[in-house]
Write a protein that binds this ligand. Structure first.
Ligand code: ADP
Length: 485
């Protein structure tokens, strides 16, 4: 089966979030399931400066008003189609914003162009000639490529089946109706059944409306976004399409995140040699200038934001210290929350410490040395740090939401008796509920046999892409079968 994936960022070339991880890892994992993927992405400077020996595959004289070429290149096992259009993509800054963090004013046109190119390729634009290629399915990611299915819907050529994956429903690509005349769509596309959204144009809405199926990055989040609390205005449309809505959790790279070989870790270990974690724990305490003792060491590796529930952790931190625990926080974010954690560190020298930095190697060492990682998110479509925690024997203490709910098994009496527990989960997301979860975690830590059993169970969890790739492949098969029936 041939799949065209259209994404605005792809790891390792360009990354601002989890979407890049999925767009970069899923094609590699799908190879083992008989699915080959070509990924269409914009030719940002970071991309054009990295790729070598690309082949010109097609040209647009005018793609929404600008010249554009499609170049094909292989890069680290990925088969990439690069949309090379200097007008749209050759500029400083990130994929969506300038160096000062201000969104590019023509994002509506840049990502409509990406989507239109995707639709043209999906509908046979590269089929001609000896090296011709035509996909069976098109896979879209978030609002930046959501318009592919809308462009297919309103084109003369037949549509092919499409799946749109929601990585972050908070970003919807909403623009005023004044852009509509420039999108090169027929007048009837600006309709409630098309791309119209609250009187303007909604790119994500258009994709959810016109794609054959919808997925998001965990089963729990797939249910949550049907409610006003999580759906951010799209819950009605999602409820209407509930029969076509799926949840598939993300995986992690088991080679990069492997405690047995990780070079960022002081002392490598496996589930059979967990005692070696002690050296890493010592190293973390040293890096954070925390006391060295036998008590539990908790950590946070996160953006310090309201979404991540960091305000309730700041409220509960005194109680955590009173339990004899230490806390190492790696992350930056909202000023008020940063200040709250720095104040806690001042109140509790040697017990609480904060590093406001983005430090990838340190994040590995923390997973390898801390006893538990606290993730009190208000919403979490999938989440990665709990998956790293599971693989590294760093027990996740998580809010019962989204992907956290789907990947961590709470240490309730039944799960402990069955030896299936892998973490501690709590709800609702309040300081009081988190305090209870932290008390529970400290109590479990005081029983080394139980704690070690949980660590080992977590390390056995399958957090690779393997299972999820199989689920995506199955979904693609179903879409093809549906088309044929
Ligand atoms: P989100 O994408 O919502 O921020 P995820 O849990 O899905 O949350 O992914 C966050 C990723 O960023 C993880 O890989 C985590 O380890 C990493 N990360 C977050 N903050 C830091 C930091 N300060 N230093 C190093 N890595 C960090």
């Amino acid at each position: 089966m041939q799949v065209l994936s259209v994404a605005s960022e792809v790891y390792p070339l360009v990354k601002t979030g989890g979407l890049a991880d999925v767009a970069g890892a899923l094609p590699l994992a799908l190879k083992g399931h008989g699915v080959s993927v070509k990924t269409l992405m914009p030719g940002y400077p970071a991309v054009m400066g990295t790729i070598r020996n690309a082949t010109l595959r097609m040209s647009f004289e005018s793609l929404l008003g600008a010249k554009a070429d499609v170049l094909e290149v292989e890069h680290q096992g990925l088969d990439l189609l690069i949309l090379d259009s200097p007008t749209f993509f050759d500029r400083p800054g990130g994929p969506y914003a300038d160096a000062a963090g201000k969104d590019h004013v023509d994002n509506w046109r840049r990502f409509a162009a990406l989507s239109k190119a995707g639709a043209v390729i999906a509908q046979g634009g590269m089929a001609e000639g000896k090296t011709g290629w035509e996909p069976d399915i098109v896979h879209l990611h978030d609002w930046q490529s959501a318009m592919v299915s809308a462009y297919m819907r309103y084109a003369a050529e037949p549509e092919i089946p499409s799946l749109i994956t929601i990585h972050n429903i908070a970003f919807q690509g909403r623009f005023g109706a004044d852009i509509f005349p420039y999108l090169e769509l027929p007048p009837h596309a600006l309709d409630i059944d098309g791309i119209e959204y609250f009187g303007g144009v909604g790119y994500l809405k258009a994709g959810l409306q016109t794609s054959s199926a919808i997925s998001t990055v965990s089963p729990s989040y797939a249910e949550e976004i049907l409610t006003p609390e999580f759906g951010m205005g799209l819950e009605g449309l999602l409820a209407y399409r509930a029969a076509d809505l799926h949840g598939i959790v993300n995986g992690i790279d088991p080679d990069i995140w492997n405690p047995a070989t990780d070079r960022a870790v002081q002392s490598n270990y496996t589930a059979a040699t967990l005692k070696a974690r002690a050296e890493n724990k010592q190293a973390v305490a040293e890096r954070f200038r925390l006391d060295q003792d036998e008590g539990p060491l908790f950590c946070v590796v996160s953006r310090l934001t309201w979404q991540k529930g960091m305000d309730i952790l700041a409220e509960a931190v005194d109680d955590l210290v009173a339990l004899g625990a230490r806390l190492a926080v790696l992350g930056s974010g909202d000023k008020v929350l940063e200040d709250a954690f720095h104040a806690a560190a001042t109140r509790h020298p040697g017990r609480v410490s904060v590093l406001s930095a983005y430090d990838e190697p340190l994040s590995h060492l923390m997973q390898a040395g801390c006893d538990a990682i606290i993730i009190p998110s208000r919403f979490e479509p999938c989440g990665l740090t709990q998956l790293y925690g599971l693989r590294y024997g760093c027990i996740p203490v998580v809010a019962r939401t989204g992907g956290l709910n789907d990947t961590v098994i709470d240490a309730n009496p039944a799960a402990l008796a069955a030896r299936t527990a892998t973490g501690v989960s709590f709800g609702p997301v309040t300081a009081e509920s988190l305090r209870r979860a932290l008390r529970r975690a400290v109590r479990l830590y005081s029983e080394p046999k139980v704690w070690t059993q949980m660590q080992k169970q977590g390390m056995k969890s399958d957090v690779s892409w393997e299972k999820s790739a199989g689920l995506y492949a199955g979904l693609f098969q179903n879409l093809l079968a549906r088309k044929g029936s």
